[in-house]
Design a protein around this ligand. Structure first.
Ligand SMILES: [Fe+2]
Length: 297
């Protein structure tokens, strides 16, 4: 990345220290316009889960068992059935195989504890309970230890197709299945170790963009066909067809271009990158980390 005093993220200059010393809010914050804000029952449920999951994260207790309500189960079923159909058409084969192998139920919300045990035996990854969105460096500090932070709350029922923050549907149906793949697990762990080790804000930002355009919003070419593997796309009924439409600029995944590309997480993603394989992604992150001189390999 260019050596510059200004760190630009989401189109605006930010305090570079935030990249290496991220905030860790201890109370639930729902952004203005959140669909659940006027619903006292929903806000209370979110507060309860926030406290429970935060305690389990900080005390390293593993995912708590959650007793999901009928409304939460209804939303899970509704979104799951719509996504499942889109996945069968557009998700990459590694994702589809893993989703099947994990046996993620279409009718009951899975317990993270069970999924975590399965991942542990497959790729030595495990799941860490997250009370809500964690700052990038905090998030990847867990991944450095092969723990993937996953939320346990469900979006508000008034807009099942939309969530302003990553919820359990995004995490479980987007992020968890690829963790069954060894190359993918190693890519993540290396990003985590690098992000957790470097003290250079620009390097953290570069790693964040690398993650965004692969782990969150990556496309993959498979037997001459364009498929989806990014969790942000796979967990959205809108983003899946949009990502493959003519409204999106798609380029081959060139790491030097990716780490210089800013994005706006608050809207549909109209600039995406295509990888040829997970093995390619693993080689790319290894060479980036080496080039940055971060001593984690
Ligand atoms: Fe995500």
């Amino acid at each position: 990345m260019k050596d510059s005093a200004a760190v630009i993220e989401y189109g605006v200059p930010i305090d570079p220290r935030i990249m290496v010393e991220p905030p860790d809010p201890s109370a639930l914050e729902l952004e203005s316009g959140h669909p659940g804000l006027g619903d006292a029952g929903y806000v209370q449920r979110r507060k309860t889960l926030f406290a429970q999951c935060r305690r389990h994260r900080l005390e390293r207790l593993g995912p708590p068992l959650i007793d999901y309500t009928a409304e939460e189960t209804r939303i899970w079923r509704d979104v799951n059935s719509k996504l499942d159909e889109l996945h069968r058409q557009h998700a990459c084969s590694i994702y589809l195989q893993a989703k099947n192998a994990l046996g993620i139920s279409a009718t009951e919300i899975p317990q993270l504890r069970t999924l975590s045990q399965r991942l542990e035996s497959e790729t030595r990854m495990h799941l860490v309970p997250a009370e809500g969105p964690l700052a990038y460096r905090t998030f990847y500090s867990y991944i450095a230890e092969r723990g993937f932070p996953v939320t346990q709350f469900i979006r508000h029922g008034s807009h099942p197709e939309f969530t302003p923050e990553p919820d359990m549907i995004h995490d479980c149906l987007g992020h968890v299945p690829p963790l069954m793949n060894q190359d993918y697990a190693e890519v993540l762990t290396l990003i985590g170790k690098a992000a957790n080790t470097t003290l250079d804000p620009l390097q953290v930002l570069a790693l964040k963009r690398f993650s965004w355009f692969s782990i969150e919003f990556g496309l993959i070419e498979e037997a001459g066909e364009l498929k989806v593997f990014g969790a942000g796309i796979l967990s959205s009924t809108g983003e899946i067809p949009f990502s493959l439409s003519n409204d999106v600029k798609r380029q081959p995944f060139v790491t030097d271009t990716v780490i210089e590309t800013d994005y706006d997480p608050s809207r549909m993603q109209d600039h995406l990158f295509i990888i040829p394989s997970y093995t390619f992604l693993r080689r790319e992150i290894e060479s980036l980390v080496r080039r940055f001189g971060i001593a984690v390999l």
